[in-house]
Design a protein around this ligand. Structure first.
Ligand SMILES: [Zn+2]
Ligand SMILES: [Zn+2]
Length: 424
């Protein structure tokens, strides 16, 4: 009896000892980890590791689906291609969003306005545009953003910053004064119809020769410019400094010493990188002479892009200004890699970079092609219908009488929204 209870005592002790070792193992780094791995492996035999009903994390960005962190920059390529905009690539346009709520558009090239629309951002937040130079592939959709933005909820002027030129006629102010004049019929025809506050341009022209000069400083954000070398005097490059992060947008330029100096320490640096010369001849149909001049002297050749990035060593180098196809990308990449082996993004429209001090995440955005305007951030201001510019009697006289078929729509809307509108 005594012997039996002694055996039970030893067995109980061993049981507790094993339990203690097991428990300790749970908290001891390696032993616990191995135990857990064994447990997971056993569990995996009975339960799938991936749920058949729960969503997994995405590898792409969908607009209006993610908060922006307070210390985060989000950059979205809204145009990366050539002056001949195409469905896959609009011309130069970059949307930079900061964690403090500020948003900036760098260049608004041909075709890019629809990419901006795809981001589903209320237009009141899209009121600041910085132009690197006045080629249409860098500002050709400014008219579209100006007018459609005002129509779709920008209740304030569109602010535009851009460089001067060697003569006043080659400067941003001249270009936009005349763009405004070219829109006379468009803007006159909208008077008295919609919220009038967005149909104004506020232009700030700064000296294209300024060296790392501050062209914007608000809300903790500093934007600087320095000269670029491209086509004529006038083009510039920009940097944005905010919250310990630095973003650089080079615009169009031949490699130059100022970019080398002022783009250093960039977290993300964009520099143009043109289509390789052989492809400019065979695919873009340039003559060999033009291809050499444009592809290496007016713009930056891929090998030269690589050399620039090897000098400034950004956390992420971004190349743009080429058609990124299955048969052009390899040659651009190979040529860049002869002179640069650091982090690299070969940009295409809808590429997205999330930039923090610890990480730069690169993804593609998947957009809704059926997108409608986002809601306005403030209550719309009703226009004064008295300032409508009337048709002439001759044109007015051509109207059919449609009052009887339209009246039910007035009745329906008046009843639904408690208003008392009358047909004109
Ligand atoms: Zn250009
Ligand atoms: Zn360009």
């Amino acid at each position: 009896m005594k012997r039996k209870s002694k055996l039970i005592g030893i067995a109980t002790f061993l049981l507790f000892a094993f339990a203690a070792v097991y428990m300790f193992g749970q908290f001891d780094g390696r032993a616990g980890h191995e135990t857990l791995l064994v447990k997971e492996a056993v569990a995996a035999e009975t339960k799938p590791l991936i749920s058949p009903v729960k969503a997994r994390g995405r590898d792409f960005y969908t607009p209006n689906s993610e908060d922006l962190g307070p210390d985060e920059m989000r950059l979205i390529a809204c145009g990366t291609g050539m002056p001949t905009a195409r469905p896959k690539q609009a011309a130069s346009c970059w949307l930079l969003e900061l964690g403090n709520g500020d948003k900036f558009i760098f260049d608004i090239g041909t075709g890019s306005n629809e990419r901006i629309a795809a981001m589903q951002i209320p237009y009141n937040y899209l009121d600041k545009v910085f132009l690197s130079h006045l080629h249409t592939d860098h500002f050709g959709d400014l008219d579209a953003l100006f007018v459609s933005g005002a129509l779709a909820g920008r209740q304030k002027p569109l602010r535009v910053w851009g460089p001067s030129g060697e003569t006043p006629e080659r400067g941003t102010k001249y270009a936009l004064d005349h763009l405004r004049k070219a829109l006379t019929w468009d803007l006159d025809g909208r008077q008295g119809l919609t919220d009038p506050r967005g149909y104004h341009l506020e232009v700030t022209e700064f000296d294209y020769k300024g060296m790392n000069q501050i062209v914007y400083q608000e809300n903790g954000v500093t934007i600087r410019s320095w000269p670029a070398i491209h086509a004529l005097d006038g083009p510039v490059s920009f940097s944005v400094e905010w919250n310990g992060l630095k973003f650089v947008f080079g615009g169009d330029t031949y490699p130059n010493k100022w970019y080398d100096k002022y783009a250093r320490d960039a977290d993300l640096a964009i520099h143009e990188c043109f289509v390789a010369v052989p492809d400019l001849i065979t695919k873009f149909k340039f003559t060999p002479q033009t291809a050499l001049a444009v592809g290496t002297q007016i713009h930056t050749a891929p090998e030269a892009f690589g050399k620039v990035m090897s000098l400034i060593k950004p956390r992420m180098a971004v190349a743009y200004h080429f058609f990124k196809d299955f048969d052009t990308t390899a040659s651009i990449n190979d040529r860049i890699r002869t002179t640069y082996d650091g982090p690299l993004s070969l940009a295409v429209d809808y590429m997205v970079w999330n930039i923090t001090k610890d990480d730069i995440r690169v993804r593609m955005a998947k957009v809704d092609e059926d997108v409608w305007p986002p809601p306005a951030t403030e209550k719309p201001q009703l226009p004064d219908p008295k300032i409508r510019i009337p048709y002439s009697d001759m044109i007015k006289g051509g109207k059919y009488d449609m009052k009887d078929v339209i009246q039910p729509t007035y009745d329906e809307i008046n009843k639904k929204y408690g208003i008392k509108e009358k047909q004109g």
